[in-house]
Design a protein around this ligand. Structure first.
Ligand SMILES: CC(C)(COP(=O)(O)OP(=O)(O)OC[C@H]1O[C@@H](n2cnc3c(N)ncnc32)[C@H](O)[C@@H]1OP(=O)(O)O)[C@@H](O)C(=O)NCCC(=O)NCCS
Length: 161
């Protein structure tokens, strides 16, 4: 059995933006690159610096990194708060926007630690629900999310035209 990861989770700051971009680019390539032909895989390298530079400063966002004792991040999690709106006036949602762990460090509890911190942050931010979207073909991620307490709610159906 793999041993528990010695990494710690930490809030990303502006100096970590390049590491967020690198992890997001790897996620796009591995996940959307295999499963979503319409996804622009160059988006993280083109737009990600400005996107994450804004996000690390925002109070309604969570940018977490899994950091080993030395060296670059081995995983990241992005969370956002979706405020109540006229359609769902009583509900604040913590949206888990993005999660990835380096292949060499998977199955050692890194994503579990990131997700537990996301849940705590979302609760403290007033959310009553957490939500995440995954490609239906990404079975290992869906298994991970189900184990973490998520259950399927909506399904997106597509048809070629
Ligand atoms: C999905 C993903 C984030 C999970 O990351 P991870 O760090 O491997 O997750 P954890 O180690 O916390 O848990 C994964 C599994 O390892 C098991 N595990 C956790 N700690 C363990 C340990 N110390 N020893 C053995 N197994 C362990 C868990 O039970 C879990 O089992 P499951 O697959 O049946 O759910 C990772 O596989 C990944 O980055 N995938 C590619 C990107 C991706 O698809 N992201 C999601 C987009 S929606």
């Amino acid at each position: 059995m793999p041993s528990r990861s010695p990494s710690r989770t930490a809030r990303a700051t502006s100096r970590h933006v390049p590491q967020l971009v690198a992890s997001a680019a790897a996620l796009f390539a591995e996940d959307g690159g295999r499963r979503d032909p319409s996804l622009d895989l160059s988006w993280p390298r083109r737009e990600g610096f400005a996107y994450f530079a804004d996000l690390v400063r925002r109070e309604d966002s969570l940018c977490l990194l899994a950091l080993p004792a030395a060296g670059s991040a081995i995983g990241h999690l992005i969370g956002r708060i979706r405020r109540a709106d006229p359609l769902r006036p009583g509900t604040v949602v913590g949206v888990l926007e993005s999660l990835r762990v380096d292949p060499a460090h998977r199955e050692t509890g890194v994503a579990t630690a990131l997700t537990e911190e996301f849940f705590a942050w979302a609760r403290e931010s007033g959310a009553q629900q957490a939500s995440v979207t995954a490609y239906s073909a990404n079975e290992s991620a869906i298994r991970f999310y189900r184990r973490s307490g998520f259950s399927p709610f909506e399904v997106t159906l597509q048809a070629p035209l």
